[in-house]
Design a protein around this ligand. Sequence first.
Ligand SMILES: [Zn+2]
Ligand SMILES: [Zn+2]
Length: 152
Amino acid sequence: MSEIFDTEGKLKIPAKELNREELIVKEVYCPEGHNLISKEHKVSDHPGIELAFRKKNGEEGIVVLSPILGDFNAVFLRGKVDDGEVVKFRCPVCDRELPVLSTCNICGEGKIYVLFLDKTFSFNNAITFCSKKGCSNSSIRRSDAIITALGL
Ligand SMILES: [Zn+2]
Ligand SMILES: [Zn+2]
């Protein structure tokens, strides 16, 4: 049986639960200001980030990414991407290709795409993700972490 009180009789709360709210993205914007948080589709129990994608062979689809930092869950509403495939991401509203920070520092093939956390459209207040499915950079991360990793 797990202990829920510590030795001083206080309720034990795991550290990761305390920070959970700030790990979930509630709004993200394309460069035109469209909020890409899905109204209809949840991933990992939270409204996901809906994006259009195009594969190298021209196939197009819609994917909803988990809004939780570091979570690799994603739901394909249309089309499918296999592990190892690299795609291009676009805004599903205005069809504009999303901004790219650089080539991925982990896989060397995917691009690091950027979505802005507010309408100042700052790369410093943004999330990033690699466009190669299965890459360890392909879950959303805060942009400052990847900017540091890339030495930009
Ligand atoms: Zn847009
Ligand atoms: Zn990558």
